[in-house]
Design a protein around this ligand. Structure first.
Ligand code: NAG
Ligand code: NAG
Length: 326
């Protein structure tokens, strides 16, 4: 700025040459008719612009995308559940569909509310940004009055050219977003993990939010629709029986469960610790209570066999990199 300031001075300040006393020398008397260029105002505009850019980060846009994606998946899930229910064609159909739709509706409403809150936040951000931009624009108009040499105009042109070059470079440098094959799930990548949520009461009501459920990975013929559920009934960590339902809808409604007990008390040797478990070929695999062993509970024979993992395997831990986390 100091250079352009000098140019402005040289061009627009009238010089009056006064003869000196001796008549051989000239003395300059400078009179600045224009007010001094308000450099601080320009600096302020630059700082505000920078802050503005920082507050509207791409991170915030990702939040919105994530919520929208979640909503989309919920809708699809609702649709799938209804289709599944229709296939089951049981007498309980009407009651079940209503209950399941009610549960899904609550989830969807929850997402809509979150989405609404997020967009409200953006709205405030937008209003704030718009006010700042208006303010900056006014200051710039004011500053332009000083630009008799068209310094700002040229600067701006240069800046635009520079920005364009930079964007071109950034475009070249940034790799395209990863396209992950949806594989067998058909739902694409995992984008967000939320906290635990109870949509169906356990045998103990809503008191025990931790546990695991799913379908046998390798079901016996005829058991393809069966679902299993393990509730961690003690300290949110320990479980001692496997509950099974004939279909997804009976699981969601808690109807007609069949319980198979590993032990009569909880926790004790070879009962379940933590929610890391899986059902395979009618056997449940899980971390045995208070050891670094993997237990296999054969639901046909109700017997447990164990396999020891390396003795430095983590257990009794809340960290996610260990065998049993809870
Ligand atoms: C979104 O939030 C605003 C302000 O809190 C509220 O007035 C409006 O009813 C909400 N809309 C929905 C669809 O929940
Ligand atoms: C469970 O026990 C039955 C009967 O002994 C056996 O046929 C089956 O293979 C066992 N399952 C597993 C997964 O070991």
């Amino acid at each position: 700025m100091s250079q352009s300031y000098l140019f402005i001075l040289m061009n627009f300040i009238p010089f009056s040459f006064l003869p000196s006393a001796t008549g051989n020398e000239c003395v300059c008397d400078l009179k600045n008719l224009d007010p001094v260029f308000p450099n601080d105002k320009l600096t302020k505009v630059e700082t505000t612009a920078l802050k503005c850019i920082r507050s509207i980060t791409s991170e915030k846009m990702t939040d919105l995308d994530r919520l929208l994606l979640g909503l989309k998946q919920r809708m699809k899930q609702l649709e799938d559940n209804v289709v599944e229910l229709e296939k089951e064609n049981s007498k309980l159909y009407a009651a079940m569909s209503l209950r399941i739709i009610e549960l899904e509706y609550a989830e969807i409403q929850d997402l809509v509310n979150k989405l609404n809150r997020t967009t409200n936040d953006y709205y405030h951000l937008n209003v704030q940004a718009a006010a700042q931009l208006e303010d900056m624009k006014n200051t710039m108009v004011e500053l332009l009055k000083f630009d008799k040499m068209q310094v700002i105009k040229k600067n701006r042109e240069n800046q635009i050219k520079k920005n364009l070059e930079q964007y071109k470079e950034e475009l070249k440098a940034s790799s395209p977003p990863p396209t992950v094959s949806p594989g067998r799930c058909g739902l694409g990548q995992l984008v967000n993990v939320a906290g635990p949520r109870i949509t169906s009461p356990t045998p103990y009501g809503t008191s025990y939010p931790y546990g695991a459920w799913g379908r046998d990975v390798k079901p016996a013929p005829g058991d393809e629709n069966k679902y299993w559920l393990v509730v961690l009934t003690s300290s949110n960590v320990y479980g001692y029986y496997v509950r099974q339902y004939s279909t997804l809808s009976t699981l969601l409604l808690g109807l007609g469960p069949i319980d198979t007990y590993i032990a009569s008390s909880n926790p004790t040797t070879n009962t379940i610790q933590g929610s890391n478990m899986v059902m395979y070929a009618n056997a449940l695999y899980y971390n045995c209570y208070n050891t670094y062993y993997v237990c296999q509970f054969n639901l046909s024979t109700r017997s447990v066999s164990t396999v020891a993992l390396p003795s430095d395997t983590g257990y009794n831990s809340k960290f996610y990199d260990t065998m049993s986390n809870y």
